[in-house]
Write a protein that binds this ligand. Structure first.
Ligand code: NAD
Ligand code: FES
Length: 272
């Protein structure tokens, strides 16, 4: 069992947990994730590791309630435990000195970019970070990202914090202003697709992190398959990070919607 040492509600639908998992905390690198199962009857869901504290043996997971399992998870409190936690899984981000890097996080995807921002800053890069969300209260990890960024730009769809607009508009302005050697974008699929189009238009390399349905997380079930540069890859072992320009976005976005109706049925059946 893995004990929740701290739980906090960040906004209406977003939660921040620190969980005791010493072996994962000791090994995890930026870009990696865990697969968890709350109890014997639970499904397995992947969550990116937002932070680790090896001295305490804890890992930080930030998630949004989007279905039955995340709704169940959100009801757990400090002191409660979850049954299984497997990880760290996936290929880590390639952390090195690229020069100037642009890192874009959208909504709860900000939790996934935070370790990358930190890692790339510690590797000596000039780090420009863009955080985008629908509204001010959904811009998570602002201070943490600001600490490891040379420049932090915030965008909100409704203009309640930072610049009113989408992250892609802020990306355009930064790329027009200075040379960017490499970029990352993590958030909703549509955001990652449009960030890829923006970066590739200016010949800036871009990496995205794909979050398809995962079951075993070890490359055996095929549930997480994605088409990358015309080849089938498994996001759990070959990714989750891929070059944005190699992703077959239409297929990925359509597969991400495959079980929307069933997810809704499960959630509403539970609430009855
Ligand atoms: P959201 O819908 O509020 O979007 C966040 C920001 O992304 C917006 O403020 C906007 O600036 C930008 N954006 C959205 N659509 C865009 C478009 N078409 N063009 C340009 N920019 C656009 O985000 P949310 O509600 O927090 O949803 C988060 C999503 O992120 C979930 O779907 C979740 O599955 C996904 N996610 C992905 C990962 C990953 O590893 N890829 C990790 C965590 C979350
Ligand atoms: Fe089964 Fe990736 S989750 S192959």
């Amino acid at each position: 069992m893995y004990k929740i040492t701290k739980s906090e509600q960040l906004s209406e639908n977003e939660y921040d947990f620190w969980i005791e998992a010493p072996r994962i905390a000791a090994k995890a690198q930026p870009g990696q994730f865990v697969i968890l199962r709350i109890n014997d009857n639970g499904e397995r869901i992947p969550l990116t590791i937002a932070e680790t504290d090896p001295s305490n043996g804890t890992i930080r997971l930030i998630f949004q309630v989007i279905g039955k399992t995340t709704a169940e998870l959100s009801k757990l409190n400090t002191g409660d435990s979850i049954l299984d936690l497997t990880g760290p899984l996936g290929m880590p981000t390639e952390i090195k000195n690229y020069g100037t890097v642009l890192i874009v996080g959208g909504g709860v995807g900000i939790a996934a970019i935070y370790p990358i921002v930190k890692g790339l800053k510690q590797a000596g890069n000039r780090v420009i970070t863009i955080l985008g969300a629908k509204t001010a209260e959904l811009v998570i990890l602002q201070e943490e990202c600001r600490y490891y960024s040379d420049e932090l730009i915030i965008t909100t769809d409704d203009g309640t914090l930072g610049v009113k607009g989408l992250v892609t508009e802020a990306m355009e302005q930064v790329i027009a202003r200075e040379i960017i050697n490499c970029s990352w974008a993590i958030g909703p699929s549509m955001m990652m697709k449009f960030c890829t189009l923006t970066a590739s238009k200016h010949e800036v390399p871009i990496y995205v992190s794909l979050n398809p349905i995962m079951i075993d997380g070890t490359g055996m079930c095929g549930g997480c398959r994605v088409t990358i540069d015309g080849n089938i890859k498994f996001a759990c072992v070959d990714g989750p990070e891929f070059k944005g320009t190699d992703v077959n976005w239409d297929e990925f976005i359509s597969r991400m919607k495959q079980y929307t109706d069933e997810e809704k049925q499960c959630l509403t059946a539970d609430q009855k």
